[in-house]
Design a protein around this ligand. Sequence first.
Ligand code: ADP
Ligand code: ASP
Ligand code: MG
Length: 588
Amino acid sequence: MAILVQKFGGTSVGSVERIKLVAKRIALSRSQGNDLVIVVSAMGNTTNDLTNLARSISKKPPQREMDMLLSTGEQVSIALLSIALNDLGISAKSMTGSQVGIVTESSHGKARILEIKTERITHLLNDDQVVVVAGFQGTSLGNSGTAEITTLGRGGSDTSAVALAAAINADACEIYTDVPGVLTTDPRIVPDAQLMREISCDEMLELASLGAAVLHPRAVEIARNYGVKLIVRSSWDNAPGTTLTSQINATKSLNGLELNKPVNGAELVDMQAVLGLSHIPDKPGIAADLFETLSEGGVNVDLIIQSTHEGNSNDITFTVSKEHLNKAKLLCNDLIKNLGGELSSQAEMTKLSIRGAGIMGRPGIAASLFETLSKAGINLRLIATSEVKVSCVIDSVMGAKALRAVSETFELKEKQIKINPTIIGKGEPEVRGVALDLEQTQVSVINVPDIPGIAASICKAFAEAGISLDTIIQSERKHKNVGRTISFTLNKNDRKDADQVLEKILKEWHGAYLKDGKAIARISAVGAGMPETLGTAGKMFRAIANAGINIEMIATSEIRTSCIVPEKDGKRALQVVHELFKLNQQIR
Ligand code: ADP
Ligand code: ASP
Ligand code: MG
């Protein structure tokens, strides 16, 4: 006997036959004495079909009207499922988001949930009803105080389900879908992907935001922040699926639900060194040679950044702990003797990071981190971004000042601040899963001034327009000795809006200009054991090079390594990396 929230995705309710099967499954769970809140998506391809319908009328339909249209998809499935349940003799009532009281922000198309009213649901549960709730939708109060229908963003029914589970304090939230659970990668691309029995919320957050569509990243955030037990299972059988684990003791109040403070810690790691190789040849295998050589020499590399390049050369920057600096320098010098290129290095560096859940999905967070540091006059030598952590490498003398400023900005308490924390991930796999993202596009801003605050201004302007940046890379190299290049990737759908944002800020930087990158794919490997394993990145770069694929950009963070490759090579790169880490071999 438990209170369960069960969510059924689009494929699981894709036809009348499937709706009847789902109803039978719910009836069985009900007969075992569970109190059930069911969340459903729109049937099959309905959301895409509705979107296409609108686009056949207008290239840019108003977002408010899109929400009005798309929310109807879920309204059809709740009614049909409820009809099917009642037909089986199960008392069930369907409810739209607004009937429940799922209150969201007003931003149409990507609204975050602020509050879920529980009275009506609790009342119905007490009345022995199964409650069938429309996923993906809510209502905002709108500017004039009148209710407006909103949607949460594609894939958002997962988020509705987990948020409901948090609000009613359910014993578990079960996500029923068309795969057996979370797999080592997308089985549509790698058919021998294996099921994971367990995955941490941090790992899942990374994978979900890097392209693993099986869970909406925001659903994972909520599960992590509010301690919801989250399980992903198949709609078609009774296998146990995947359980998400979290070390966070959920103490957050439900007030402001998804708007709760996303940053819950900061840390400083000193005794770091930065090495920069510039003007090295741009061909497959160079990054592999470099990082293999370093790992064979026993040098553990932390962050790696490879930026875009003009002509036929590349720049690679990476960090090591200071004790490994001399060894790393020796090895790099040997390498560039044969390859050509230049080596620079800086000791006395410190890594400052903020942690949390869903950091890059909220563009204002990275922007306010960079702004805080720039206001304190601190130059960012290197930036590494991810959903659970954003790090900046700065001069050590600035470390204490930076930490103070950041703690103030993000209102962190003393116990949330760590200095030289021990490496996490002992005994965890170096790579638990891999993901492919074909939705990103790459843009570079060339010849921007080399002064503190540039990354901050770019991120802030994007944040104000609600655009999330990813993989932000500042180049080593100066453009004709004047300015630097900052490259980043962003979602393809935001590309047009990004132009408008950049046009404004580029006017302020004389001589700076914008350049679109090639069509790209991003391949990422994620694993909690990555920080304490030597040579993960080198192995990954080698496997990609052996497949004859050139790596255009590299960006790592604590538990992930991402490579940007030409779009046409994305699937192949995913397959070789999956095989490399033997993810096709065992149940994990
Ligand atoms: P639903 O309609 O149930 O929400 P989705 O299509 O949103 O289902 O998500 C399930 C799909 O996610 C699977 O069919 C699979 O192709 C894809 N997928 C991508 N990455 C993964 C992964 N790592 N594990 C499982 N499925 C994945
Ligand atoms: N129906 C919505 C979509 O297709 C929400 C969901 O399925 O999670 O994106
Ligand atoms: Mg989904």
